[in-house]
Write a new protein. Structure first.
Length: 413
């Protein structure tokens, strides 16, 4: 039996395995115009209906010739011109050349293009004094993409890197998965909505705000159900409303062991719990389960804990449910720490750090400051997690640690 099972805490790897074991991608699809497709995920392969380029064309402004006609001593008369969109008609006559511009179709008979900087204009035509290679400066038909090639695979998320490529194929409408519907709410009598005056003992609900920002960055459709007071009846009603409308329900707070934490009780009534506690810091009280229709993730109430668990656990779950098959976990690699790090053995620790490359081209990292689970300001200066192994204790400056650079979900633009 593993240490995780003995202690009652699930390791991050075990939690991810359980979390991703059963959920499958939504199957509802849409056909939408290409210009509205940013952020959507392809539900089927994009197959090219044509060759790209669709014809042999010139890579340079210059002159098209037959390679066998090149003679460094004798100029070639100009038979005509070839422009992009205005081809040279007919076949190039023997012993002549054609003025050709970048992107223009290669005329019949031309097998080589000489850039204009390597030619000389004479009264009798164009002289080619420099050595040339057969076929140079010609972009061949299908050189980039061949007709019927799979250009983008199903499961690809669409952005400015992919959409112009699809546009170059003349495809105006594409089939995508609909966006994932995610309901989000916070629980706790102590929470106040941002913009409202605080009463005695209240704090602002930053968790729901942060979660909503991350969901929107992940291109989800968000149903914001607000702050739910510590009432089992109201919480039960909220869960039922969320379950009826969403694919995934995310709550913040109410998943620890306090007297007013009713989430676990209600989940036992209307759903099932997959796991409850994790051997990570921050983020021990993270819940995952299944409602009647939707999946459920319960984030801790502390703001840093909520963000860390969302990043490490909810993010890959959303990728799975959305059909984003090409999502990959952020890479981890080694760096030398420039500052001591407080750590007690027992849980995998995600401390916020500032990574950089030193004058020797090596990665180094320093702490972002106070690592309390309530200190959200640590994210505003950090660019990575310092990932300290579960069994590891305190770290002294100069030791090697593992770092994980933030992906676009947390990375500053």
């Amino acid at each position: 039996m593993s240490q995780c099972q003995v202690s009652g805490l699930l390791s991050l790897d075990e939690a991810l395995e359980k979390l991703l074991e059963k959920p499958v991608a939504i199957t509802d699809t849409l056909s939408i115009p290409l210009h509205k497709a940013a952020g959507y995920i392809l539900s089927e392969h994009i197959t090219s209906p044509l060759n790209v380029p669709p014809f042999d064309n010139s890579a340079m402004d210059g002159y098209g010739v037959r390679y066998t006609d090149l003679n460094t001593q004798s100029p070639l008369p100009i038979a005509g011109k070839a422009f992009a969109g205005v081809p040279f008609e007919g076949e190039l006559p023997q012993g002549q050349c054609v003025r050709i511009m970048t992107g223009a179709m290669i005329p019949a008979g031309v097998d080589t293009v000489i850039m204009q900087e390597e030619t000389q204009v004479t009264d009798n035509g164009i002289l080619f004094p420099h050595p040339a290679k057969l076929g140079q400066n010609i972009r061949r038909i299908g050189e980039d993409i061949k007709q019927n090639d799979i250009v983008l695979a199903a499961g690809t998320k669409l952005s400015t890197a992919q959409l112009p490529l699809i546009a170059s194929l003349g495809i105006a409408n594409i089939n995508v998965y609909r966006k994932l519907k995610v309901a989000v709410f916070s629980t706790g009598d102590e929470l106040q909505t941002i913009g409202q005056p605080l009463k005695a003992g209240q704090i602002y609900d930053t968790n729901r705000f942060a979660v909503r920002l991350m969901l929107e960055k992940l291109d989800c459709d968000v149903l914001d159900l607000g702050v739910i007071p510590d009432s089992p009846e109201k919480l039960r009603e909220t869960f039922k409303t969320a379950d009826a409308q969403a694919d995934l329900v995310i709550s913040s707070g109410g998943v620890s062991v306090g007297e007013a934490d009713y989430t676990k009780q209600i989940l036992d009534e209307i759903g099932e719990i997959g796991f409850w506690k994790l051997a990570i810091k921050p983020g021990k009280p993270f819940a995952f389960g299944r409602l009647h229709n939707a999946w459920f993730c319960g984030l801790p109430g502390n703001p840093v804990s909520a963000t860390v668990t969302f990043y490490q656990l909810v993010q890959p779950l959303i990728a799975r449910l959305s059909g984003f098959s090409q999502w990959r976990a952020p890479q981890r690699f080694h760096a030398k720490t420039c500052s001591p790090l407080k750590k007690s053995a027992g849980r995998l620790d995600f401390q916020r750090g500032i990574a950089s490359i030193n004058e020797n081209g090596e990665w180094q990292v320093t702490t972002s400051g106070h690592q309390g689970s309530h200190v959200y300001s640590s994210f505003s200066v950090a660019n990575c997690f310092i990932v300290l192994e579960r069994e590891r204790g305190k770290v002294v400056a100069g030791e090697t640690v593992t770092i994980e650079l933030f992906n676009p979900l947390l990375k500053s633009e």
